[in-house]
Design a protein around this ligand. Sequence first.
Ligand SMILES: C[S@@+](CC[C@H](N)C(=O)[O-])C[C@H]1O[C@@H](n2cnc3c(N)ncnc32)[C@H](O)[C@@H]1O
Length: 285
Amino acid sequence: MNYRHSFHAGNFADVVKHAVLARILAHLALKPTPFRVIDTHAGAGLYDLTARDAERTGEWREGIARLDEGPLSPGAEAVLAPFRAALEALAPVAPGKTRKTYPGSPAFIRHALRETDSASLNELHPETFKALTEAMPHDGRLTLNKLDGYLAWKAQVPPSERRGLVLVDPPFEQPDEFARMAAGLKAMARKWPTGIAMLWYPIKDRRGVADFEAAALDSGFAKLSVIELHVDAHDAEGPLAASGLMIANPPWTLNDEMAALLPDLAERLARGPVARWRVEALLEG
Ligand SMILES: C[S@@+](CC[C@H](N)C(=O)[O-])C[C@H]1O[C@@H](n2cnc3c(N)ncnc32)[C@H](O)[C@@H]1O
């Protein structure tokens, strides 16, 4: 377990992931009945962009810093609104100043919870877990577990609320990460076929991604969508250039919302001439 998200916090992949997360959470909050969010690989909760790790890679400068430069088109901003509002509350930037912090998924999740909603935040790395407990103190709606994310996924679904989301955002340090995600998705389809699942993955190994898509199609979920952003060619030199999200049971408006946001986001976050995006309903139920 060498992965530290502090090197990558606020990069283009975090921006897309958290923009989609904020939209799904806003969708869940449309109904008054409570929901639960299970974050299998939670990370630290809040990242200091002035610290050595973030400074060393500077990935956030080609991610969230580009969104800090100003608004996208009105249509794209309408979709980005829950993400922008959460950012403003969790990690505001003083006028004329540079961003100093960027929130992690637990902070976006906590921000979206109402009094009766709840979240389970799972993180295995001892130091990162300590940082998470410090970033998320004294909140009865949250349960923090120093647990393996895949075990947590298995053990914590279905939640008693029967409404909610599982976010699976592993470090992709191990060669079997796609296989573990596919197995987890299949198990969830049996136990909680109406739950929303959101699985993040890097796009480097195209064969691995294609096999994962095939496995997801075979998982048992009736509705599946894929959302991708490529800021450069997937095999370009340098940091990660493309990432994807596999969404089971996406809210019915999500694909159209992302199709309105991603062209602008691709243009703003492009690192090379081949920036592109993809939103596709793989299964429509
Ligand atoms: C990509 S980061 C998560 C980022 C976070 N979801 C966010 O959006 O802000 C992956 C995290 O998983 C943790 N991790 C690694 N192996 C794990 C495991 N088996 N179970 C749970 N967490 C794990 C790492 O320490 C790291 O903090």
